[in-house]
Design a protein around this ligand. Sequence first.
Ligand SMILES: NC(=O)c1ccc[n+]([C@@H]2O[C@H](COP(=O)([O-])OP(=O)(O)OC[C@H]3O[C@@H](n4cnc5c(N)ncnc54)[C@H](O)[C@@H]3O)[C@@H](O)[C@H]2O)c1
Length: 382
Amino acid sequence: MTSRIEWVAESTRLLTAISAEFADTMPFAGLTIGTGIHLEPKTAALIMTLAAGGARVVSTGNLNTTQQETVDYLREHGIDVKGGPTSDPAEHDRHLRAVLAEKPDLLLDNGGDLFARYLEEPWEGLLGGTEETTSGRTRLAPFRDALGLPILVINDSPIKQFAENEHAVGQSVLESYLRITNRSTGGKHIVVFGYGSCGQGVAANFRNAYGLVTVIDTDPVKRLEACLDGFDVSDRETALRRADVVVTVTGHRDILLADDLGLLRDDVVLMNAGHFPLEIDAPALLGHGDVESVTDATEGLQTLRTRDGRRIHLATGGHMANLAGPRPLGNSIESMDLGFALQVRCLEAIARGRVSADSVVVPVPRAIDEAVASSYLELVAG
Ligand SMILES: NC(=O)c1ccc[n+]([C@@H]2O[C@H](COP(=O)([O-])OP(=O)(O)OC[C@H]3O[C@@H](n4cnc5c(N)ncnc54)[C@H](O)[C@@H]3O)[C@@H](O)[C@H]2O)c1
């Protein structure tokens, strides 16, 4: 049997095609690329593509998410990985600084960790780089003048918004509900909190699975959009009283609170898909005076039994359900292939001097979005 890393590598068709092209073009020949992004099978495919373009790659992971098997694989394939899995912020900081000590020519950042530390001790010759996330963009934007280098933000590409946030998150949250609970969706009342790009995908996927979906959003414009998209937009209390499944995906804290316990009906499943495990106030729910007992129902699911005999099921302790619980696979390989193709093409454009120095913390250039979209249509969807 091939390993999951090999399965992912074989399935990332855009990255495979780019690697083949790089064998001739070698855009990163003589350059060092420093990366600070999760080290798991999908990012291994990204890092190996950079190496295929001639780069010397120096990598470390993010807090909590590094997989040892991936670290071993990368080292076996010539990548200089600093450190290993850790949940200790001080140790993680040392790994990031070890990457920067190599004075890379390009940085691939996730959350602004590398660029923020670069500003503390800048060196001559950094050409620029990429930032994967919205939170990294928010962190780095105030320092545009000090950075003064081309830095392209991948999450601001429309491709990333619809391919990953809408389609892939929606699909994997539905898949996670099915995987963790082994329960049906048809005819069930599903309540989705948040109708941003992720919430739209979650709502659509549960509806496509024959669920009766209600959308709750604090923004009346979003509620109107959900209404015109054909979703129920009843008020919060009405929706919660009849919910069989509640999914929070707002990016904000305190969406489902201990005070809501009295509204929830017997056998409801509560799941979070937002980034931080603060959308469902799990500690307050678990410690609520009306909760008589808490048991592990099945892997990834806790059952709270209330004094009046209701069972409330909490998935993955309120952590992102598609990245926690039994065998979490995260978003689809194709969606990550698209996002990583954007990463590689952006780094290539910067290495070739095609991005001006005033493009500091800006979205992916339109020409790169168009080229990646055309490749996908030709290679995968064609
Ligand atoms: N699980 C994953 O794999 C995954 C992947 C990408 C992003 N995310 C996370 O999903 C979250 C949502 O991302 P997005 O891009 O859809 O965000 P977004 O900002 O586009 O949308 C969030 C929506 O939530 C609404 N909202 C805010 N407070 C609310 C409240 N109290 N009640 C109801 N609605 C409220 C907002 O009005 C907005 O429409 C973020 O935390 C993001 O990091 C998760």
